[in-house]
Design a protein. Sequence first.
Length: 109
Amino acid sequence: MRKAKKDRLEAAGWKVGSTADFLRLSPDEVAFIEMKLALARNIRTRRLRRKLTQSQLAKLINSSQSRVAKMEAADASVSLDLVIRVLLVLGASRREVAHIIALESKHAA
């Protein structure tokens, strides 16, 4: 948010904060969410780079298109082990998965 807009809202009596503040998330919860979002974005990026539809990826991993959509949206019902397994199926190395997590953790710190 631009500073001018923030100043205007605060002058009007609004409190401006982050999503983490609003949801009262701990730093650990914020880090976990950011990591899961980064991994989910990477699934979508790799799928599109390989020119796969969600349905085609679902067949590769013996799942459903709706499950792939949930993975790409970082849905809470999708486990991290499934997300990591799909990244590996899409050609990510263990080092690349660690790099995705490490980059996101660095931004959160």
